[in-house]
Design a protein around this ligand. Structure first.
Ligand SMILES: [Zn+2]
Length: 79
């Protein structure tokens, strides 16, 4: 059985914990917006990755600090 392609998505990852902080679905009609979003992420020191998503793929690891849940990257910040 072949998997259904959902699309391509840009992921913004926190390098300190490897968790995803933001994402944006890649869309042919939104090249400019995508470039802007990516520039913003890079400015914040995030790593940007293009991911191909298929139906049933596991969710990428999320950086949880934005949900007020302790995350590994906060340990790094504390030193
Ligand atoms: Zn984190």
């Amino acid at each position: 059985m072949s998997k259904v392609l959902l699309g391509h998505m840009y992921l913004a990852k926190n390098l300190k914990c490897g968790g995803v902080i933001g994402f944006s679905w890649k869309d042919k009609g939104r090249k400019k917006e995508d470039a802007k979003t990516i520039r913003k992420w890079l400015k914040r020191g995030l790593a940007v990755e293009l991911l191909v998503r298929y139906e049933g793929d596991p969710e990428p690891k999320i950086c949880t600090r934005n949900f007020k849940v302790p995350c590994a990257c906060q340990e790094v910040d504390r030193g």
